[in-house]
Design a protein around this ligand. Sequence first.
Ligand SMILES: *[C@@H]1O[C@H](CO)[C@@H](O)[C@H](O)[C@H]1NC(C)=O
Ligand SMILES: *[C@@H]1O[C@H](CO)[C@@H](O)[C@H](O)[C@H]1NC(C)=O
Ligand SMILES: *[C@@H]1O[C@H](CO)[C@@H](O)[C@H](O)[C@H]1NC(C)=O
Length: 418
Amino acid sequence: MAPVAARDHRARSSSHSLLPILSLLCFVSIFLVLSLFRRASPTTPSLSTTLQLSRNSGTPSGASCDYSAGSWIYDPNYEFGRYDSSCKEIFKGWNCIAGNKSNARDVAKWRWKPQFCNLSPFNPIRFMESHRDFNIGFIGDSLNRNMFVSLFCTLKRVSGEVKKWRPVGADRGYTFLKYNLTIAYHRTNLLARYGRWSTNTGSGDLESLGYKEGFRVDVDVPDGTWAEAPHFHDVLIFNTGHWWWAPSKFDPIKSPMLFFEKGHPVIPPISPDIGLDLVLKHMTKYVNKEAKLGSIKFFRTQSPRHFEGGDWDQGGSCPRSSPLLPDQVEELFAIENNGTNVETRLVNQHLHMALKGSDFHMLDVTHLSEFRADAHPSTTGGKKHDDCMHWCVPGLTDTWNDILIALLNDIETKRSRS
Ligand SMILES: *[C@@H]1O[C@H](CO)[C@@H](O)[C@H](O)[C@H]1NC(C)=O
Ligand SMILES: *[C@@H]1O[C@H](CO)[C@@H](O)[C@H](O)[C@H]1NC(C)=O
Ligand SMILES: *[C@@H]1O[C@H](CO)[C@@H](O)[C@H](O)[C@H]1NC(C)=O
């Protein structure tokens, strides 16, 4: 808006020419106000006019859109047809429709509207047609599996013949035979290799500092589950985050993370957040060295949790049935507030620092996901604790995939032009 205002100022003498701009501005503000109302009363009709308007107000030609800034719009008439709850790959605890979560069908009626462009659901047939003999690897924790499941179900719906197999190290993998397109999920919590450590000689550097047991994290050694993946996949989507702020597993006293570099303990010992920086440094270097020629690398930013009233093991829950408002998002996630889910933005600070200037593309899903307190499985799946960390499928990870594929198309278009 700022550049328009500046131009207004200079062009005051020829105010006739301003009329179209001013009326456009009024038009836009009316829609902003309307969409706020729609948030409050989700029974109003769909917003096709808004969508049409935005097509004309895109970013300057050639520039890729910033898909991460925008707002959620409720469309009660939207019929989710991408796949359904019978898709076998959906983990039971994430299948909110089959699990009878009360707002499960509403979850997929919220559409993400980037501020300066449009994000439509990607077309799975067109995508596969244009990506024959192609491999896509998701590498990370269960939140990346959450995203993998959504992509699998979307592609499976339109391309029945699938061969189930696992590329080296993968946890799950499928080839869509008609297109020879393979997608796989490589499970790794920290990206780097780690395992239980306990003193055996009692005479090393760590022992002399009083350490008896913990987890050894080799900051410069990729987890075996994905070490081969860069040789195989044409697109790689990485993530790590939740496990670095998981005191129930890596208890700083009882089972601390003990970092090793070149096979030796890092002395003096470093805290997990510094360890994360070292891991990111080494792992991105490894990927750059090993990746297939021409491959495209994404790093997905942190997926927010929405525990309210306590952490996951303190009775925290996520009972909301519609997305948060912007103020509520800030209250829950601002780093200064040091709330239950404070790691969300902390992790991102480390990611942005480590990846600045690298040729990894950021798949920035954090802020848009921060709104979606309504989209977690919550009590679905019948576990002892509410799940306010993973996402219902269908649901938010469908939007993540839409953004992934929009970015991929942007990158490929740019490449084919140069
Ligand atoms: C969900 O509701 C259906 C129909 O009432 C029922 O058959 C099914 O057992 C329920 N599923 C769960 C997980 O409670
Ligand atoms: C399938 O694609 C891979 C590349 O990902 C290629 O090496 C292989 O030859 C293809 N297979 C067939 C049957 O075309
Ligand atoms: C943040 O909150 C946790 C407990 O919720 C507390 O242990 C920690 O000291 C707090 N950190 C800061 C910087 O206030």
